[in-house]
Design a protein around this ligand. Structure first.
Ligand code: AR6
Length: 175
């Protein structure tokens, strides 16, 4: 657990984000909010079809979510209050600024919803191809420079041991 000067507590956990108790769970989504693979699929499988249904309604109403932006749905059967769907960039196609933006906007959305805890996966490091090192460096910088309103705790959830070890090294070096 890291205690930051901006007041945030940051925890790195290796595991399945659908099992985490946090007010908001961040999903690594695509612009169409079609949750067909990776962490997105795991969230819908466990949280229930309501999450996909609300996602489809969102896209029908507002159009696709731009890369670097977020959208919110309920969390279905999961313990969280909300799912914040963050659309990260595809490695080598869209820029790192979009990953920075997706992470920052997820935190801002949690503050807007007056939440105190948020769990984040390693956005863009699966199907979208980002190296863990780059995601970890961007994430640590966003969290460090963020000025929280209601958020007290950020839980970063890494699925594999490899991802966890890389994030731990980069967070240890920077926090
Ligand atoms: N808990 C935590 N992390 C997980 C879990 C889980 N249950 N399952 C996978 N991960 P990805 P992306 C890790 O591919 O790269 C989807 O199809 C995984 O090991 O889920 O942003 C969406 O619908 C990796 O480190 O997201 C989009 O089309 C990280 O989560 C596209 O994939 C992100 O991998 C988004 O690609």
């Amino acid at each position: 657990m890291y205690k930051l000067k901006n007041g945030l507590s940051v925890e790195l956990i290796q595991g399945d984000i659908t099992e985490i108790e946090a007010d908001a769970i961040v999903n690594a989504a695509n612009s169409y909010l079609k949750h067909g693979g990776g962490v997105a699929y795991a969230i819908v499988k466990k949280g229930g079809y309501i999450i996909q249904k609300e996602s489809d309604e969102y896209v029908n109403k507002y159009g696709p979510v731009p890369v670097g932006e977020v959208a919110v749905t309920s969390a279905g059967k999961l313990k969280a209050k909300y799912i914040i769907h963050a659309v990260g960039p595809r490695y080598g196609i869209e820029g790192d600024d979009k990953l920075e933006s997706a992470i920052r906007k997820a935190l801002e959305k949690a503050d807007e919803l007056n939440l105190s805890s948020i769990a984040l996966p390693a956005i863009s490091t699966g199907i979208f191809g980002y190296p863990y090192e780059i995601c970890a460096s961007i994430m640590v910088n966003v969290i460090k420079s963020y000025k929280p309103k209601s958020i007290k705790k950020v839980i970063v959830v890494l699925y594999s041991n490899e991802a966890y070890q890389i994030f731990k090294r980069i967070f240890d070096e920077n926090l």
